[in-house]
Design a protein around this ligand. Structure first.
Ligand code: AVJ
Length: 319
């Protein structure tokens, strides 16, 4: 069985995204939402990033799932797996393989086409799986997650690291509000480590991450009729020791002015000025426990890979 519900109101979300661009490009320092990375080329480049020798988080998380999916499922006893930001559902398969069938799977993503393709493929691979896809946005569509028995809600890939502590607290509170007794939350987080390895993961030798970062400007050019000169900016990744997060920047190589027609906006950059396109927070196991506890989700167990690079945390709900 397969059913897909679409909650994205493209007009409203386009308007919200545009307002965010105006706010981000007129603030100091200038910022952009990492949402802008993921046009078609951006998704392809992200896929390439996951294969880079320097980009360990993807493989480390997959290794934890490969070794511990059974333990995770044993601890959570889910009837339903929900994956937030499911994409191609590649990592969900590792969990589904460990789950008793029949079961329910709820892929949740903003990208409708990718979600549909994944759902169709999964119906072939798991004939006893009831698939109930949700096309929506974390911000307001979590309430639409259906309730079928005990749910394990997975947020993998350290996606939560794109949010600052206040944003994470807000998101976890929203999630917690929608959970009931017996539900669990499975969270993937990248761990704090040696600065050189962290920076290399976001500034690889082959320049794929640089291309991924610069592509944000091409996306704005296409989507909002802007005239960013891609050769006028360079990629930079820095680790902010105090906040424990990686920042990705696009640094202006000269003074320049950019016109964004659809927003009726002119933006000037001074030589050396940085546009922040992403934060990617890094965590400690105890820090994750504390953030989840504060959100009303007591931790049940945690798992890392052999090298201790990445962490999966399973939490329940407090009484
Ligand atoms: C998809 C947000 C988890 O922060 O590591 C990869 C995105 N940015 N390389 C991350 C990303 C640059 C990634 N997340």
């Amino acid at each position: 069985m397969m059913r897909i519900e679409v909650f994205l109101d493209s007009a409203a979300s386009a308007a919200a995204l545009r307002n965010e661009v105006v706010a981000g490009l007129t603030s100091s320092p200038k910022t952009l939402s990492p949402m802008w990375f993921y046009d078609e080329r951006g998704c392809d480049l992200y896929d390439e990033i996951t294969k880079l020798p320097e980009y360990y988080p993807f493989r480390a998380e997959r290794s934890i799932l490969t070794h511990h999916a059974k333990d995770i499922v044993m601890a959570a006893q889910p009837d339903t797996l929900v994956e937030l930001g499911s994409g191609t559902s590649e990592k969900s398969r590792l969990l589904l393989d460990a789950m008793a069938m029949p079961a329910t799977y709820v892929p949740f993503d903003v990208a409708e086409a990718t979600l549909r393709d994944a759902a169709v493929a999964l119906t072939q691979e798991y004939p006893e799986l009831d698939i109930h896809g949700i096309v929506g946005d974390f911000g307001h569509d979590l309430v639409h997650i259906p309730q079928h028995g005990r749910r394990m809600i997975a947020l993998l890939g350290s996606t939560i690291g794109n949010l600052d502590p206040a944003g994470r607290a807000e998101m976890l509170a929203t999630l917690r509000a929608g959970m009931t007794s017996g539900d669990t939350f499975l969270l993937g987080t990248d761990l704090v480590k040696d600065r050189a390895r962290l920076v290399a993961a976001y500034d690889d030798a082959s320049g794929v991450t640089a291309a991924f970062n610069c592509n944000v400007l091409a996306h704005l050019n296409n989507e909002l009729h802007a005239d960013f000169d891609l050769a006028g900016f360079r990629h930079r990744a820095v680790f902010d020791e105090e906040n424990k997060w990686i920042e990705m920047h696009l640094v202006a190589l000269r003074d320049q002015s950019v016109r964004i027609d659809d927003l009726d906006l002119d933006v000037t950059f001074a030589e050396g000025e940085a546009l922040r396109t992403e934060i990617s927070a890094k965590f400690t196991p105890d820090g994750v426990v504390a953030e989840l506890r504060n959100a009303g989700m007591p931790v049940l167990d945690q798992w890392t890979d052999e090298d201790g690079d990445f962490l999966l945390t399973l939490a329940g709900v407090d009484a």
